[in-house]
Write a protein that binds this ligand. Structure first.
Ligand code: HEC
Length: 145
C-alpha cells in the first residue's frame, strides 16, 4: 500500500521518457530530411535562363508548356512527366528533381528515356531549369515567369 505512489511516479516518468524519445527521434529525422533537401535561394533563381535551357534541352520531350507532350513524346512509353500535374509535383522534393535531371530516369528506377544531364549542364543551370519547372504547377511556391 505504501509503495503504490512510488510505483506510479516511476511509471509516469517512464511514459514521459518515451514521449521525449519520440519527440527527439522526430526532430532528428526532420533535420536529416532538411539536410537532404536542396534549397534554392530565391535571389539566385534565374528562371528566364531556366526557360531558355528547358526549351533547348527538354521541350522536345516534355513539351513547351511542360505537359509531357513534346514532338518526341509520341514515341515514348511511359510518357515524359507532366509538370503541370500539381498533385504529383507536390510529392517531388527539389532533391528528387535534381537527382533525376542530373542522373537520369534510370537512377531513380524510372524510364531510361529520361537522359542524365550531369555532363551537359552545370549545377546552377539545373537549378535554373528546376525553378522554371516548378512554375508550371502553381500549387508549389515558386517565382512566376
Ligand atoms: C528523350 C526525352 C526526354 C528528354 C530530352 C528529357 N526528358 Fe525528362 N523525362 C522523360 C521521360 C520519358 C520521363 C518519365 C520517366 C518515368 O516516369 O518513368 C521524364 C521524367 C522527368 C522528370 C520527372 C521524374 C519524376 O520525378 O517522376 C523530370 C523532373 C524531368 N524528366 C526533367 C527533365 C529536364 C529538366 C529535361 C531537360 C534538361 C528533361 N527532362 C529532358 C523524357 C525526357
Amino acid at each position: 500500500m505504501f509503495s503504490q505512489p512510488i510505483l506510479n511516479f516511476k511509471l509516469n516518468k517512464f511514459i514521459v521518457m518515451i514521449f521525449v524519445s519520440f519527440f527527439l527521434i522526430g526532430f532528428l529525422e526532420l533535420n536529416l530530411f532538411a539536410k537532404d533537401e536542396i534549397t534554392i535561394p530565391n535571389t539566385k533563381w534565374d528562371i528566364e535562363k531556366g526557360k531558355r535551357l528547358f526549351h533547348h534541352y527538354c521541350a522536345h520531350c516534355h513539351g513547351k508548356g511542360g505537359k509531357g507532350d513534346g514532338p518526341n513524346a509520341v514515341n515514348l512509353d511511359p510518357k515524359p512527366r507532366d509538370f503541370t500535374d500539381d498533385k504529383y509535383m507536390v510529392t517531388r522534393t527539389n532533391q528528387n528533381l535534381f537527382d533525376v535531371i542530373s542522373k537520369g530516369g534510370a537512377a531513380i528506377a524510372r524510364s531510361t528515356f529520361m537522359p542524365p544531364f550531369d555532363n551537359t549542364l552545370s549545377k546552377e543551370e539545373i537549378l535554373d531549369i528546376m525553378a522554371y519547372i516548378r512554375s508550371f504547377a502553381p500549387v508549389i511556391k515558386g517565382p512566376k515567369v
